[in-house]
Design a protein around this ligand. Structure first.
Ligand code: F3S
Length: 732
């Protein structure tokens, strides 16, 4: 259409493409001929090939074209180094990098930030220059936490985003499908390669009633986590619906989607509504709200869409919950919590109460918590527990500084930390208890696995709404229930907290605070990426070599793997000796660890192959499992069968992923065979290759090898990797 609505106020010439969703859905609807859920509409609306894409929930692998990519600073380093190795001048989709994970909480926001900038200087310099060079938006340390910045500036209804952080789904609060991925996926999308996702199942959560009193959006996800458990969302998108949705603020919906990562969900999502419009207006994006309004029929589920599972929650009856310790799915309603504390001998004294983080640091959260702090202050109280506040963004920090909430927190003894992950990711120099000492803390964060916050395995970390966390800080005691129990004021009189109250959005608008955004410069040719050659944190990567057009002859077998091979070859059992990480160098005859032997072959220009069993690469962390063998000079992985994602990842890295036509041929291969691979000169889809296994005794076996390479993937192999191929086409 004629409408051109910018995806973000911070990017020129990048527009929301609702027309693509419309066009794709016209095709997909004809093919599927059934009502669609909201997540299906958005996902299928981003298909690379809507005509031919196989679509079966829970089965097919979708090839998708995301609208944007976001990386946090810890994962961005490797992703950018890889992207740079391809030599592509600009990312294929708008991308941002956010400095939030490397800032350690110690004494307070300003000083902690200054120290982090000092300690991480080479990383920040690298990220600042690499982003500038390749057209990526850079959010400096102090800007805030990735998911909050995304919600404030980049998320939009109906969008599809990937981010290199597990809580990327936060943007579902603004109606975007936002998925946490590994760095390798981010690199693909930055380079213009479609993103592959197993077509998710859809879990519907129907909300009825109305939220109110002490119950907050956080309690919705605490309850859902209790129902579905940490595994219950695996392979599914959790889609919220029903009349109760109207009673949730946009940032509250963000909280729910954010913590949906704890149940293993691919992502979580809300339908577009007027609460999102309010938030878009408040964050200076009224055109997006209007555009979404025109398009609203595609931003909600079809009537009678079918879900794989439906959960119903009545918000009017939902109690505040406290989840934990040690796992986010151990959900206890507040009214039962004191009893559970005693029954389980959880340390009753509350040492530290922490609010904020990417999960719960909205203006609404902060104003509600401040209302509790002010009421306590009126009774002359300070917090009994230590009390920290982590603003999610510089904009939230500046706004609550201007509007008096920070004052209210500091008045009762609160410590405002830097706008960063801090204690949530374990960046916490905690000194009030010794390692190993049992103690309790409560946070408004999302994750509470053992040791997550302070690296102390004896810390019992509980998760609750910021309201409950703040009220608890004044009691200093886990058995306190602010709905029913009283505290004693400094006048000696008991008082009970009123219901918390706050503002969904700042009545006088957001204060943007200090400008912490670095847009890519106009003239990027002159930017030099800063990598210290002596760095032990960063190293430039060379692109992989293209195929040399030679027939592989007399190739040694690095390892013949027996049984399962998960996560790298280090853990694989060597068929030659039944041991892990002890293999023979077939040229020198010496034994050593897998990486050492592989590195020897590499430095002697000797490619190698791996022989593997069934379901090879299952559960491999997507990051390095395919990159490492290629980096160490591997040529082919030949197995009885592959785990699907690992097979694709090997191909992307320019390796041959091959399977025995007859799986029993696996047994014909001896670990000390040398092998030839023939047929590569006419490598084509559906055409088998041949493995010639030359045994020590001089005999040979000719073994047929199948492969699933399509034409595009064969080009990846020839170019040396998918990235290399993308780089080539970017130069043409
Ligand atoms: Fe950071 Fe914790 Fe969120 S680590 S991104 S604040 S979950």
């Amino acid at each position: 259409g004629n409408t051109q609505v910018a995806m973000s106020n911070l990017e020129k010439g990048k527009f929301i493409n609702y027309q693509r969703i419309e066009d794709n859905l016209a095709i997909v609807r004809q093919r599927l001929n059934r009502p669609l859920t909201l997540s299906e509409k958005i996902l299928y609306g981003h298909l690379d090939d809507p005509h031919n894409q196989d679509i079966t929930r829970g089965v097919s692998y979708l090839k998708l074209r995301p609208d944007r990519v976001a990386c946090q600073d810890a994962t961005a380093q490797m992703a950018l180094l890889q992207f740079m190795s391809a030599g592509i001048p600009t990312t294929a989709v708008p991308t941002t990098v956010h400095c939030d994970h490397l800032i350690e909480a110690q004494i307070g926001g300003q000083k902690d930030l200054a120290r982090a900038i000092d300690i991480n200087k080479e990383v920040y310099d690298f990220l600042a220059t690499a982003t500038a060079k390749y057209g990526i938006g850079f959010w400096k340390p102090g800007s805030g936490i990735i998911h909050q910045i995304i919600l404030e500036n980049y998320a939009f209804p109906g969008g599809l985003m990937i981010g290199t952080d597990s809580h990327t789904p936060n943007a579902g609060g603004l109606g975007m499908i936002a998925c946490g991925v590994g760095g390798a996926d981010a690199v693909d999308v930055m380079a213009g390669i479609p993103w592959e996702l197993k077509c998710p199942k859809v879990i519907g959560v129907k909300l009825t009633g109305k939220i109110g009193g002490w119950t907050t959006p956080k309690d919705v996800i605490l309850k859902v986590a209790g129902i579905l458990t940490v595994k219950g969302g695996t392979g599914a998108i959790v889609e919220y619906m029903g009349p109760g949705v109207e009673s949730l603020s946009c940032t509250g919906m963000g909280t729910i989607c954010n913590m949906g990562a704890e149940i293993g969900a691919t992502t979580s999502l809300f339908p577009f509504n007027h609460r999102m419009t309010d938030y878009l207006n408040a964050t200076k994006r009224p055109e997006i709200a209007k555009y979404a309004q025109q398009f609203a029929y595609n931003l909600r589920a079809d009537d009678s869409a079918e879900y794989d599972q439906v959960i119903e929650i009545n918000l009017s009856e939902l109690e505040p919950h406290i989840n934990g310790p040690f796992t986010p799915d151990l959900a206890t309603p507040l009214s039962k919590f004191a009893e559970e504390v005693k029954k389980n001998n959880w340390p009753q004294e509350l040492k530290v109460a922490l609010i904020g983080s990417c999960t719960n640091s909205s203006y609404e959260d902060m104003t509600r918590s401040a209302s509790i702090a002010r009421e306590a202050a009126e009774h002359g109280l300070e917090t009994k527990s230590k009390f920290t506040i982590t603003p999610g963004s510089e904009q939230v920090r500046a706004t609550i500084a201007r509007d008096g909430q920070i004052d209210a927190f500091e008045k009762v003894g609160g410590l405002v930390l830097a706008n960063a992950c801090g204690p949530c990711i374990g960046q916490w120099d905690r000194r009030d208890v010794k390692k190993g000492e049992a103690n309790s803390i409560i946070t408004s964060y999302n994750r509470n696995f053992t040791g997550r916050n302070d690296a102390n395995p004896a810390t019992h970390a509980f998760v609750a709404s910021p309201d409950i966390v703040t009220a608890m800080a004044f009691a200093g005691d886990l058995t306190f229930n602010p709905l029913t129990d009283t505290l004693t004021g400094n006048d000696g009189k008991p008082f009970k907290f009123s219901d918390p109250s706050g503002f969904e959005l700042p009545p006088t608008g957001y204060d943007p605070g200090v400008d912490t955004f670095q847009p890519p410069p106009e003239d990027r040719a002159r930017v030099t990426v800063a990598v210290d050659p002596k760095s032990d944190r960063l190293q430039l990567l060379e692109p992989f070599q293209p195929w040399d057009n030679l027939k592989p002859v007399d190739i040694p077998i690095l390892i013949k793997v027996k049984g399962k091979c998960k996560n790298c070859l280090i853990g694989a059992i060597n068929a030659q000796n039944g041991e892990a990480n002890n293999i023979q160098n077939k040229i020198t005859g010496e034994w050593g660890p897998v990486p050492t032997v592989a590195a020897w072959y590499k430095s002697n220009n000797k490619p190698w192959v791996v022989i593997g069993d069934h379901n090879y690469g299952e559960g491999s962390s997507r990051e390095h499992a395919a990159l490492e063998p290629r980096y160490l000079g591997g040529l082919a992985i030949i197995v009885r069968s592959f785990a699907r994602i690992h097979e694709t990842n090997l191909k992307k890295q320019g390796m041959l992923a091959l399977t025995f036509v007859d799986p029993t041929d696996y047994d014909k291969i001896q670990p000390d065979d040398k092998v030839d691979i023939t047929g590569l000169e006419s490598f084509a889809p559906g055409k088998n290759l041949t493995l010639v296994a030359k045994h020590k005794d001089g005999s040979k076996d000719e073994i047929a090898l199948a492969h699933s390479f399509n034409e595009g993937q064969i080009e990846w192999f020839k170019a040396g990797s998918a990235l290399n191929l993308m780089a080539k086409s970017a130069q043409n």
